[in-house]
Write a protein that binds this ligand. Structure first.
Ligand code: NCD
Length: 309
């Protein structure tokens, strides 16, 4: 049976093309399972998973928890605001304490880039990165590509533009790695101040004109401006940002083709996209959320099968 080349999911950077294919095939199976009247499989009855969230999350946390429960894993939840981290405990101590209670897998979201790589080098559990600062968010990129594959048949050869705050976005970096690995053409588009200086080194096109970017693409992935990661102003005003980089229905209708709109959530309605776009047939935003559960079931299942050996 095929298996993943890695023991942890720390970032898309550490995966190969075969890993992504295996995750998608496994997710196809789980997607079928979660659409059955009985949405649960007993696959991980002997596995215990800890969800460690040191940063806010709605979708990702719920999605992981649901994925774990649908696989029949035992689940414990930890959120930093209610924990001893506030009393000065180190990350490794916190996690080792949890692991001594016989936990097999840790899903972690953390504000520091590299936190999950660091943890994987110091503790004896399988680690899944659920977002580490502005670095990577691998399961989001997987569910994004999976949703493109579902809507457009395949990812290979498709033109995908990622629009907005590329500089502070872990979704952008993981998407760039994932899309390139699968043979998509990738462009980033946003205000110059929100595009990392050497981003073209990752093999992506760079565009600051939204209309040009949208006319080029098959898919536009609209990102939120990550105000919480900014200590200075990167553009004059939100109004001006929306005028230049916001997508509205009139703009979409004026393009030379019908493109697919994606958003990882949370949406700032009226800023990066208007409500009529977010709720239109061109948008696959809720499909992304639904696919997130199947993708996370697949990743957890595949990593857990490596633990048991
Ligand atoms: C993203 C995140 O947390 O990085 N959201 C998510 O996981 N669905 C994007 C964001 O916060 O804008």
């Amino acid at each position: 049976m095929s298996e993943l080349s890695v023991n942890h999911l720390l970032g898309i950077k550490y995966l190969n093309k075969k890993d992504i294919e295996l995750i998608f095939e496994t997710a196809d199976h789980f997607k079928e399972v979660i659409n059955r009247p009985i949405k649960k499989v007993p696959s991980l009855r002997d596995i215990t998973i800890a969800n460690l969230f040191f940063e806010n999350s709605t979708r990702t946390k719920l999605s992981f928890e649901l994925a774990e429960k649908r696989l029949s894993a035992d689940v414990i939840n930890f959120s930093a605001s209610q924990s001893s981290v506030k009393k000065g405990e180190t990350l490794i101590d916190t996690v080792n304490n949890i692991l001594s209670m016989k936990v097999d897998m840790v899903i972690m979201r953390h504000p520091n880039p590299g936190a999950s790589v660091f943890l994987s080098q110091h503790v004896g559990a399988s680690i899944i990165n659920a977002g580490d600062g502005a670095h990577e968010h691998p399961t989001q990129a997987l569910l994004d590509s999976y949703s493109i594959r579902e809507r457009l048949g395949e990812v290979k050869g498709k033109n995908v533009v990622i629009v907005g705050d590329i500089l502070h976005s872990r979704v952008a970096l993981s998407n760039i790695y994932a899309l390139k690995l699968q043979g998509a053409n990738v462009m980033v588009c946003g205000p110059k101040t929100l595009l990392p200086k050497h981003i073209d080194k990752l093999g992506v096109k760079v565009e600051t004109n939204l209309r040009k970017a949208l006319n080029w693409c098959d898919v536009a992935n609209m990102l939120r401006v990550q105000n919480e990661r900014m200590d200075i102003s990167y553009f004059p005003s939100t109004r001006e940002y929306t005028q230049q980089f916001g997508v509205n229905k009139a703009l979409l209708d004026s393009l030379n083709k019908e493109i697919t709109i994606m958003h990882p959530g949370p949406i700032n309605r009226g800023v990066e996209i208007t409500s009529d776009v977010a709720d239109s047939k061109q948008a696959i935003i809720l499909d992304q959320v639904q696919n997130g559960v199947a993708i996370r079931m697949a990743v957890i299942y595949l990593l857990a099968s490596k633990i048991k050996q």
